[in-house]
Design a protein around this ligand. Structure first.
Ligand code: FEO
Length: 382
């Protein structure tokens, strides 16, 4: 129970291997769904297709013989929308409330736009359930263009769609920020500007509880969660520290990375994190890159470019609007090192990055000269 009138009816998914076909979710995933009981009854969102029957059971059990009046569709991504048809068949008098774009997507997904059973919600429109008055705010690109969030002024609850969500099922205890940050930068990170635009729309609302489509309901210390979202969506570093992301073929680049990390720690760098891009979770490395204020990229020259995992990583940063950080480079190349030049070129359209003057070049293996350059780079980063 979230409030006297609002109940949770979502499901946990521990069968999933990759969320959205790419994100590792060792602790599963939650697809959240809610019901508001009032003179009229509104259900918020469905769940992933695999859990349609279980979810419909939750809905019926919670309704306890009552009939829902509305299905409110916040987001059309199938992890939330897959069971719209199932719901409307089970409750033939219920109407669907969603943005116009969401109805167009329903037609594309299900061949049906529910004409005659649909209420199109525009930004700022309201729907009264009785004492609960719902106001809809469009939230384009947080995370798809059709998204809307809903504010219930009676219980002061924000139904926030994908915003404030995280990886992980709800029957597992884990730190919120770590998996929420990985989720944010993986899924919504490119759309910081749109998150800020949504914040402007919501400015002035008295929010006591946030009900997202993934992750736990947030009802305490909301300033903490709102503050982190504000930092993330403004692309500001959250902490001082250096993240070193590298690839290494025979261990020589790795050795340089380890020397740099040791030197940074010795010089009192508050936090040094290392990611081997060939072996770590790429989404975790992206998360780290956005978390700290400095990053060092170390890789080999490969096929006249750079090692593939580094290519993938930098592409991931650039497409998410990586900025407001200091960047250092370490390159390795036995006969024609050009990885640093190539990495820098990958950021050429990125504004708001500061580059270290020192570039460490390894010619096959670390030697005294390289060690001196590593020290210089460490000094610059401190
Ligand atoms: Fe949880 Fe964008 O879907």
């Amino acid at each position: 129970m979230i409030t006297e009138d609002i109940k949770y009816i979502g499901v946990n998914d521990h069968e999933i291997d990759l969320f959205e076909g790419q994100y590792d979710v060792p602790n599963g995933m939650a697809y959240n769904s809610y019901i508001i009981f009032d003179e009229k009854i509104a259900v918020f969102d469905t769940v992933d297709k695999k859990f349609g029957d279980k979810w419909l059971c939750n809905v019926k059990e919670t309704l306890d013989g009552k009939n829902p009046d509305y299905l409110i569709v916040s987001h059309m991504e199938p992890d939330h929308s897959a069971n719209i048809d199932k719901f409307l068949l089970a409750f033939p008098k219920a109407e669907v409330v969603a943005t116009g774009q969401a109805f167009s997507m329903m037609e594309r997904f299900f061949g049906e736009n529910y004409e005659g059973r649909r209420i199109i919600a525009n930004n700022g429109d309201s729907l009264s359930l009785g004492k609960h008055n719902l106001t809809f705010y469009t939230a384009p690109m947080v995370h798809w263009p059709e998204v809307m969030v809903t504010y219930d002024s009676f219980d002061k609850v924000l139904f926030s769609a994908d915003a404030f969500g995280k990886f992980g099922a709800l029957d597992i205890e884990e730190d919120w920020a770590c998996e929420a940050r990985r989720y944010y930068f993986g899924i919504v990170g490119k759309y910081g500007k749109q998150v800020q635009m949504l914040f402007e729309k919501l400015d002035g609302l008295d929010i006591k509880t946030i009900c997202p489509l993934h992750g736990p309901v947030l009802s305490e210390n909301l300033g903490y969660y709102l503050g982190l979202y504000d930092t993330w969506s403004k692309y500001l570093p959250e902490e001082k520290g250096v993240v070193i992301c590298y690839t290494s073929v025979y261990g020589n680049t790795k050795k340089a990375v380890e020397l740099l990390a040791a030197e940074l720690r010795e010089k009192g760098c508050p936090k040094v994190t290392i990611n081997d891009l060939a072996r770590c979770d790429m989404a975790e490395a992206i998360e780290d890159a956005f978390r700290y204020d400095k990053i060092v990229l170390a890789t080999t020259t490969y096929n006249s470019e750079i090692f593939p995992f580094m290519h993938e990583f930098i592409t991931g940063l650039v497409e998410r609007g990586f900025k407001k950080r200091k960047v250092g480079f370490i390159e390795n190349g036995s006969w024609a090192p050009q990885a640093a030049k190539y990495m820098r070129k990958m950021f050429e359209k990125t504004i708001g990055l500061e580059y270290c003057n020192t570039v460490v070049t390894i010619l096959s293996a670390v030697n005294c000269e390289t060690e001196e350059k590593i020290s210089e780079l460490a000094k610059e980063l401190i």
